[in-house]
Ligand binder design. Structure first.
Ligand SMILES: Nc1ncnc2c1ncn2[C@@H]1O[C@H](COP(=O)(O)OP(=O)(O)OP(=O)(O)O)[C@@H](O)[C@H]1O
Length: 527
């Protein structure tokens, strides 16, 4: 026992003495790797001038008094700084575990990235993984958080099915339950896998700094959009919750909204975060939106958030097919034309919306013919928000009445020119009960909550470039505007303010945004 204790103390002492040397050598390796990477990324025609510039700087340093000494001290300082973190933070050589993981990954990729007729394959059983895995990083648990690999030119990287096979394999081998981003570089035959940090759930309903006609659907990754918005968030706690720690995987990932965390009871602070902004109006190519999700995934919350952003500039008509009273807070507020839950009221309201769309179109047309600007009353947007219309369609069919979705045809087809916007939310499982008119005219799409890759592709028209995780918090999902890219999305927390189970701060935020009660409520729409 005493011998073992002595050995351990000696080892600790030696480790303490050698620690600065270890950090310096790690830093030197990091600097060398960064230099090599920069050099490799440099276009061929710029390498000569850059080499000349570096050599000239070295020569001038050599001539200066104390120049070589100062350069050596700076280099040691830079290496010490770069190597100050743990081995996991620096892209140095992996430990034994990491090496084994990379070797297994390499072996698993051999059948996909090799061909019998290739005389010198990049991938072959028992081959050297370090020739194809250019850079990699691991988290504290030894799981891969970033990997860049090269593949042979004959791999069909333009074929979505071939890509999906590789992505699914990497997903399974690198650890399920995390969200991965796959970036294919078809020109350089390279693939980068990155573990994405979880998007923040700390942003709640508030007045967003947007231009007229813009609606914030939620927040996404910084790498996904060019713009940021200043928003109030609860400040970062410094300690990650279990799910975030799992999702972040220690990469630092793409930053953006993923860095914010909720701290109960702290003062909110302003952060710049990347939004997913939906543009509506006469020039919009996707004037109507369809949101789908599993029960409890947050589609009602998304509609509430859209209503609160719409009300300062327009009028809102709400149809609540689920009839659970989750829009009661909007009833009787200035700008809210009606909140309908029953079939009869819904049919009347939607008939009115169709006539109103036609009236606006005629008025706009007449003004155009006379060379006048469009009348003011048609410039104020009219929003028709429908939550679970499939339930009302079912009721209408059982009762032999008109399908409410049929009445949506005019607002959907002509809404863009008439400044009428339709937002439909329904459940993924009942999406096939939505009419063809609804599906073909809602080109802005959102899917919230857990969904299979097939469901996501069907709803968004394209697969996301990330692997969806089986468990997500409410309000988390994907958005796609027209034919644009698929964005990850976290909807701002906008609970029913009368729901006592919701957080007090979030409920108060919604109450502050609600318009005042209208002393003379508008007459209910009549068809
Ligand atoms: N973006 C969000 N941030 C925080 N909490 C959310 C968010 N979206 C929804 N929630 C919470 O999740 C729960 C379910 O939300 P919501 O009612 O919007 O879901 P839903 O998809 O409409 O479900 P259902 O169809 O059952 O009504 C609510 O408690 C709500 O406060």
């Amino acid at each position: 026992m005493r011998g073992r204790a002595f050995a351990r103390t000696t080892a600790d002492g030696v480790a303490d003495v050698l620690h600065p040397l270890v950090a310096l050598s790690r830093g030197a390796r990091v600097l060398a790797a960064a230099g090599r990477r920069r050099w490799a990324e440099l276009p061929g025609d710029r390498r000569g001038p850059v080499f000349f510039l570096v050599a000239a700087c070295g020569f001038v340093l050599f001539l200066l008094p104390y120049g070589p000494l100062a350069a050596a001290i700076s280099l040691i300082g830079a290496a010490g700084w770069a190597g100050r973190g743990g081995a996991t933070a620096a892209p140095g050589p992996p430990g034994a575990d990491g090496t084994e993981r990379l070797r297994m990954l390499y072996e698993a990729l051999v059948p996909y990235f090799s061909a019998a007729e290739d005389p010198s394959p990049l991938y072959r059983h028992g081959g050297d993984w370090s020739t194809v895995f250019d850079s990699f990083a691991f988290d504290e648990g030894g799981r891969i958080t970033r990997l860049h690999l090269r593949y042979p030119a004959y791999f069909t990287d333009g074929d979505p099915a071939a890509r999906t096979r590789i992505e699914q394999l990497l997903y399974a081998k690198s650890g399920r339950g995390r969200e991965y981003l796959f970036e294919w570089d078809e020109e350089a035959n390279g693939l980068t896998l990155t573990v994405l940090p979880a998007l923040s759930t700390a942003i709640h309903a508030q007045r967003f700094v947007t231009a007229p006609g813009e609606t914030v659907l939620g927040f996404t990754d910084a790498s996904s959009v060019q713009r940021t918005l200043p928003v109030l968030t609860a400040p970062e706690t410094g300690e990650e919750d279990a799910e975030d720690a799992e999702d972040a995987g220690g990469t630092g990932g793409t930053g953006g909204a993923g860095r914010l965390r909720k701290a109960a009871g702290s003062e909110p602070e302003t952060q710049d975060v990347p939004p997913v902004v939906w543009r509506t109006g006469p020039r919009s190519t996707e004037p109507h939106l369809l949101a789908l999700g599993q029960p409890g995934s947050g589609t009602t919350t998304l509609l509430r958030s859209i209503a609160l952003q719409a009300l300062p500039h327009g009028e809102v008509l709400v149809v609540d097919g689920s009839g659970t009273g989750e829009y009661a807070c909007l009833s009787g507020r200035t700008g809210v034309l009606a909140v309908e839950c029953g079939l009869a009221g819904t049919l009347t309201a939607l008939e009115w919306a169709g006539h109103e769309t036609e009236r606006r179109l005629i008025a706009a047309n007449r003004a155009r013919q006379l060379g006048h600007p469009p009348p003011e009353d048609i410039q104020r947007p009219l929003w028709v928000l429908l939550d679970r219309p499939s339930v009302l369609s079912h009721l209408a069919a059982a009762d032999g009445r008109t399908d409410p979705q049929e009445l949506l045809a005019v607002p959907l087809r002509h809404g863009r020119a008439a400044n009428v916007r339709v937002v439909v939310a329904d459940q993924l499982d009942t999406a096939e009960r939505l009419s063809e008119t609804v599906r073909s005219n809602t080109r802005a799409r959102v899917v919230l909550g857990p969904a299979s890759p097939e469901q996501l592709t069907a709803a968004l028209g394209a697969p996301p470039h990330t692997t969806p995780t089986p468990e997500v918090p409410p309000g988390r999902g994907y958005a796609r505007l027209g034919t644009g890219p698929v964005h990850r999305l976290q909807v701002p927390a906008t609970p029913d303010p009368y729901d006592e189970a919701a957080g007090e701060a979030e409920r108060q935020a919604v109450l502050r945004l609600l318009p005042t009660q209208n002393p003379t409520p508008p007459p209910p729409p009549t068809g």
